[in-house]
Design a protein around this ligand. Structure first.
Ligand SMILES: Nc1ncnc2c1ncn2[C@@H]1O[C@H](COP(=O)(O)OP(=O)(O)OP(=O)(O)O)[C@@H](O)[C@H]1O
Length: 602
């Protein structure tokens, strides 16, 4: 699906590895001094490692050949001391870079989370949750490891190789040239490796995200899968995705194995050639034995940096892909933002108006009319308006415009005469409270769930909200209000969840309450009790209620009929029954429970 569009467009290689990685700088800046110090420590370790062969040369050509025992002991102590210094510098590098980079990772993760909260619902409609999960966990983990090891060791290794090369040339330019000639194919191969590896790395990270989406979806929908006996089907789908990822990982490993082969084989061959040549040079007195020992000892010091280039190069490319994936989310435009100069509602009374509202979803095919095609509707302060229409007519969509979950594509939604786009989102959402048919609870306590919209509400207000929503069952829960409701509230029944979600909307005490069929899971008796209580609350609150049951319609002062993207009739239930064919048709397609007009109930 869309993820492949994302990978296609963003794997464009134009950005370049360095430019992409430089984007980490704002997050890594506080850690930079320690990263640089870590590099210095690591460079120090390499320098010490390169000095040791010089001491060896002196020992072999000096004390060893002359048999000066005292000097041999001194040399031994010197080599030991240098070895200890090298180990200490390596340890210092680790200490310096590890901790600050965990902070970089945490900062990036927090920024990503904040961005996900800020992004509009339309973004979340398009992005699979597993992709977001893998970006905020494994990609950031990868970036941290790269900042801690990859970056430091890549720079240090390159400098060590250059430094070592100069030393080798200075020691014996013939042998040095042979050794360094071997580096040219290694460098050329590294470039072609870069091209192949980054493509596979991107594919594997995207597939890991898809796999996370599958796990997430099947855990989320475990009840449905079990109920329909589709566990095996889900497993098959998962297996085929996991196989695909496995194949990509193997391809990735093969690509890395290819470069490893080059990186190990070529220096070894160069070593072999140098050995034969070196022995000949010694035999013709063009080099000393000590010089030869030092040459090979220096070459050995360079072997690890040369070998590990492939690994760190791969890690750098993985980090580049991870950075690209991170910034795909961070760069996503936040289309629903606060206005630069927010307006305020001067006379808050709770009037909600839809003025010539047009709306279409981003993915709506061209040529079809707007889903909402010029809705005009005005809900007066304190009025309860039911919204009725055939399934798919856009009722939920219309209600979601009031709290700016989406923005209108034309026209305007106004709260007390102010366009909702001119209010800050927090101001608007304090005025407009919502409850949905699908009641989402978080794995927190009942209290925290209900007070989500107004954490500072008093205990009495909380109790009152629970009473109105007929959610007193909370007292029977093991820890009452402090009971944790488990992931997504699945430890509760659908009706209990809905009542808590309704209590949440009521506890926020908004001026305008938008209820998207929030009582669908309740039995008729409980619904009637909730409605009676709601009617009391709703007298002072403006309410727009999507109704799927005649009993919900009965709660309303007036009913609006949504038909073909417009509100085609507004009136009391009995008026509409008397005047609108379409209304009678819609009502008859709802539950066959008797419809009781509000006037009669009162
Ligand atoms: N996030 C979305 N992205 C794209 N299209 C959507 C989205 N949500 C809903 N739609 C489409 O918009 C249309 C109206 O959906 P909406 O949920 O507003 O209807 P509804 O009247 O509330 O339906 P119901 O009575 O079944 O709840 C449907 O055709 C649906 O496929």
């Amino acid at each position: 699906m869309r993820m492949h569009d994302v990978s296609d467009t963003t794997s464009r290689r134009g950005a370049g590895v360095v430019r992409t990685l430089l984007r980490l700088y704002p997050f890594a800046r506080p850690a930079m001094p320690r990263i640089v110090l870590g590099m210095v420590a690591s460079l120090g370790a390499s320098a010490v490692a390169l000095i040791i062969p010089q001491v060896l040369e002196w020992v072999v050509d000096g004390p060893l050949s002359s048999g000066d025992e005292a000097q041999i002991w001194i040399a031994g102590a010197l080599v030991l001391g240098l070895g200890v210094a090298e180990a200490a510098l390596i340890a210092a590098r680790r200490v310096l870079v590890l901790v600050p980079n965990t902070r970089v990772e945490a900062r990036m993760r927090n920024a990503l989370y904040a961005k996900l909260q800020d992004l509009p619902v339309a973004f979340h409609d398009r992005w699979p949750s597993g992709q977001l999960l893998s970006r905020s966990v494994s990609d950031l983990n990868l970036i941290r490891r790269w900042l801690s090891f990859g970056l430091v060791l890549l720079v240090v290794n390159v400098l060590t190789i250059i430094g070592g090369a100069v030393i080798l040339l200075a020691m014996n330019w013939v042998l040095g040239l042979v050794f360094l000639a071997a580096a040219i194919p290694v460098i050329l191969y590294s470039f072609s490796f870069e091209r192949r590896y980054s493509e596979v790395a991107r594919r594997s990270q995207d597939q890991a995200g898809d796999l996370a989406t599958s796990v997430e979806e099947s855990v989320h929908g475990i009840r449905v899968l079990k109920a329909f006996g589709r566990g095996r089907y889900a497993l098959k789908r998962f297996e085929s995705q996991a196989d695909r990822l496995r194949a990509t990982e193997i391809e990735k490993a093969r690509t890395v194995a290819g470069i490893w082969l080059y990186l190990t084989l070529i220096p070894d061959l160069a070593f072999g050639v140098c050995l034969v040549l070196g022995v000949w040079l010694v035999s013709v007195n063009a080099a000393t034995v000590g010089g030869l020992v030092a040459f090979f000892a220096t070459g050995t010091v360079l072997l690890f940096p040369i070998w590990s280039m492939g690994y760190f190069l791969a890690m750098t490319l993985d980090a580049t892909t991870a950075t690209t994936r991170f910034y795909e989310v961070m760069d996503a435009p936040v289309s629903i933002t606060d206005p630069e100069h927010p307006a305020t509602v001067t006379d808050p009374r709770g009037r909600l108006e839809f003025v010539d509202v047009h709306f279409r979803y981003d993915d709506a095919p061209a040529g079809v009319p707007d889903l909402l095609d010029g809705v005009d509707l005005s809900i007066e302060p304190g009025e309860t308006m039911a919204l009725v229409g055939l399934t798919g007519s856009g009722k939920s969509t219309l209600t979601s415009l009031a709290a700016r979950l989406y923005d209108v594509t034309a026209g305007s939604v106004r709260v007390d005469g102010v366009d909702v786009r001119d209010l800050t989102r927090s101001d608007l959402r304090a005025r407009v409270g919502m409850a949905f048919e699908e009641a989402t609870l978080f794995s927190q306590t009942v209290r925290e769930n209900v007070l989500l919209g107004r954490p500072d509400a008093s205990d009495d207000e909380l109790r009152e909200a629970l009473r109105i929503a007929q959610a007193e069952f909370v007292d029977e829960l093991p820890d009452g209000l402090d009971t944790k409701v488990g992931e997504e509230g699945l430890s509760l029944s659908g009706g209990q969840r809905q009542r808590l979600a309704l209590a949440r909307a009521i506890a926020a005490r908004p001026e305008i309450l938008v209820l998207d069929d929030p009582l669908s899971a309740l039995d008729v008796e409980t619904e009637a009790r909730v409605e009676a209580e709601l009617r009391r609350v709703l007298q002072s609150t403006t309410a727009l209620i999507v109704a799927h049951r005649p009993s919900t319609v009965a709660l309303a002062d007036r009913v609006a009929l949504l038909q073909d993207g417009r509100v085609t009739a507004v009136g009391t239930h009995s008026e509409l029954l008397a005047t609108s064919d379409h209304y009678r048709f819609v009502i008859s397609s709802l539950d066959d429970e008797p419809t009781v007009p509000k006037e009669v109930v009162r």
